[in-house]
Design a protein around this ligand. Structure first.
Ligand code: F3S
Length: 390
């Protein structure tokens, strides 16, 4: 892989150990994928934040990188294992909270913005069409690739951090136009409803794995697109999709000869049944990916004026700090029914041992709750889940 004189100097350690390690990682990845060179990136988004998922090894890695390196582009952070203010209400232990704080502080020293959310594109980190970025978090990177038309590979936490420090990423994969063309047509017939888009994403991800789908027959808004992107990435490894009349540049593709897959009511119901493994949840958790301002507003208007039954399960509304600040009145309504939590989510928080059955409207969360959180799962729409607490 071609390196400029300045990149050679970084690799030789002339600009410090942190930058050297970051460059070593980028060069190693570039060699594996036969990248021609490094290209500049506009922004980065990092996963690998919760102490639950990265443990002491991850804390040591980020602390070491933060000793003498700084990010050189706008860099945002994925959810942590707790609401950084309200962690005691989540029954997080002092020991976990201390480690989690240390991780966030290390990212802060690196110059990373510590508004921990998986929807940074709704909170100020908004790459433009054609811009190269290095994003981790499968749901977010699929959204920026597909809906915003930016270009990122499916980065892991360390790769995205290395790219953020150097401000560059190897030129390969989804940074190249020829690797962004659709390979399968999805003929979808679903309700215009968040849970249906999520289940559609799940069914498609399971069916096509890593392919690039081209959707026909759907017109999701931002919230449908973000939940569909999340579910597709979790059930398969879809990092980019196109949708007729919806995503940028969809008209440019030649679809002749592509395989066609039909997904309708039957597949949606089957996906919902396969994800449901329990009943009588002791936690209802909404906001995977983090709730948008529109979703918070819709949930608040549904609940406003209603009463919660006394034996209802605990309810979490997971969102970003930005959105929570934007809609104080709606948040006040939701707080009468549950907790509006920031910085975290039902998957990366240590809910195992505290809860045993979680209900959610997100197919992505349903996919991860059994393995990562030892939960039984109830999959249903937010409206039906909330009706059950009234
Ligand atoms: Fe976000 Fe957590 Fe879901 S990071 S996409 S809310 S699993």
């Amino acid at each position: 892989m071609f390196l400029t004189k300045q990149e050679e100097r970084v690799l030789a350690g002339e600009e410090g150990v942190g930058r050297q390690r970051a460059m070593e990682l980028l060069v190693a990845v570039g060699k594996i994928y036969s990248a021609e060179k490094l290209i500049p990136i506009r922004s980065a988004h990092l996963s690998g934040v919760s102490y639950k998922t990265i443990g002491d090894g991850g804390l040591d890695f980020v602390s070491e990188m933060s000793r003498d390196a700084k990010v050189s582009v706008k860099t945002t952070l994925n959810p942590a294992g707790m609401d950084l203010d309200r962690w005691r209400e989540m029954r997080v232990t002092d020991q976990f909270a201390e480690k989690q704080r240390a991780i966030i502080d290390a990212y802060g020293r690196l110059g990373v913005e510590t508004n921990c959310t998986c929807t940074p594109y709704l909170a100020g980190n908004v790459p433009g069409p054609g811009e190269n970025v290095a994003w981790a978090e499968s749901s977010a990177l699929s959204f920026v690739n597909s809906v915003l038309g930016a270009r990122t590979n499916r980065e892991g936490g360390p790769g995205a951090l290395a790219a953020a420090i150097i401000g560059k990423t190897p030129l390969y994969g989804l940074h190249l136009s020829e690797n962004r063309v659709p390979s399968v047509i999805i003929e979808a017939d679903v309700e215009d409803e968040i849970t249906d888009y999520s289940l559609l994403g799940h069914a498609v991800g399971q069916k096509i794995g890593q392919s690039i789908p081209f959707f026909k027959g759907i017109r999701p808004g931002v919230d449908g697109l973000k939940t569909m992107a999340a579910a597709m990435a979790a059930a398969g490894s879809v990092a980019l999709f196109h949708a007729e009349g919806v995503t940028p540049g969809w008209e440019a593709f030649d679809l002749k000869g592509l395989e066609r897959v039909a997904i309708g009511r039957k597949e949606i119901e089957r996906a919902k049944e396969s994800l449901t493994t329990g009943k009588d949840p002791d936690l209802i958790a909404l906001g995977c990916p983090h709730l948008s301002e529109t979703e918070v507003t819709n949930l608040a208007s549904f609940l406003d004026g209603k009463k919660m039954r006394s034996d209802a399960p605990e309810v979490w509304f997971c969102t970003s700090r930005t959105v929570r600040t934007w809609c104080p009145k709606e948040v006040a309504v939701l707080e009468r029914f549950g907790r509006v939590l920031c910085d975290t989510c039902m998957i990366v928080a240590p809910i195992e041992g505290i809860h045993s059955c979680t209900a959610t409207n997100s197919a992505k969360a349903c996919t991860y709750l059994p393995g990562l959180c030892s939960q039984k799962v109830v999959c249903d729409s937010s409206q039906r889940l909330l009706e059950a607490i009234l």
